[in-house]
Design a protein around this ligand. Sequence first.
Ligand code: NDP
Length: 339
Amino acid sequence: VVIKHQFEDAPKESNFEIKTGVFSLSVEPGSDDIIVKNLCISIDPYQINRMKSFSSSHHTISFAEPITPGEAIDGAVIGKVVASGNAKFQKDDLVLGVFTWAEYSLVKEGNIIKKIESSEFSLSYHLGVLGFNGLSAYAGFFELCKPLKGEKVFVSAASGAVGNLVGQYAKLLGCYVVGCAGSQKKVALLKEKLGFDDAFNYKEEKDLNSTLKRYFHDGIDIYFDNVGGEMLNAAIANMKAFGRVAICGVISEYTDDTKRASPNMLNIVYKRINIRGFLAADFLNVFEDFSAKTSDYLRTGKLKVIEDVSSGVESIPSAFVGLFNGDNIGKKIINLAEE
Ligand code: NDP
């Protein structure tokens, strides 16, 4: 899957193209060439910031390289080694890495993040709940926000890959948790299946500031922000003194460069609010701890996994576009082949 050209606003399926070609499945012994058959692909919002043409002119920095039109898009993928010139990887090894959005990828050792040794859980969990989405939720909530039992937590994009986990971790700690999402179906999922104390559909609310007052009479201790824009402004206006705000992502701003959040800075001063952005990759030091605790929650059924799965490379463009329309419920995964 490639982009035809860079674009500036919301992505459309017509921005993408699927190319086919002949691919040799043999490698030179002793080379660093590894051929991977891709099994499942993670679809992530940040990728749009690599596809835009305006990012450089607006001083936005991206933590990943821009995607070149016509060249295969890369991202987090799990695959199975079919041929390897590198002695560290054998045929049939399961590997997680940065591979292309394609049926097969020719990769180097440096593209592989790790081998997946244990098959205790569904493979796709290593892209979501046990991967970078899970780590974002865990590290962003526990390490940045330093939550205490009983504190009041607000999460945006709460039914999404990261958001649903933040809410569930917060409930497991004993916090009061409210989430917002873009449909009644998502709101019902949060309240009925994931144990959120309350949830609302932000698309039905006219004044987000008073909406948040309705759910947090005494203010918000922790806001986990996935969306930025007006929701961030409203959350800041409703924070308690010494509140913490983790800026995980600002998806509402990815497709509309004119909608930057502009919170009331005096509120931040007087209420001594701590706002911090982060990348999951900053927290590899807590990965072991995160992985052990989360695996345990999964084994005991304390944490629910919400995945939204499509099949085949041809489903990638609409799956990606769907992230920005709220089509996905939970972690968006593309299955390409069975293990
Ligand atoms: P999600 O699974 O949450 O999918 C995106 C969701 O965002 C959509 O389903 C939609 O849900 C919501 N959304 C889309 N457009 C808007 C909009 N204009 N306003 C409000 N909500 C919108 O994706 P992820 O969990 O993977 O990512 C969530 C956020 O976390 C993103 O901002 C992402 O970039 C960021 N992120 C950051 C990481 C880090 O290391 N800092 C790592 C991973 C993700 P709805 O129906 O509710 O509108």
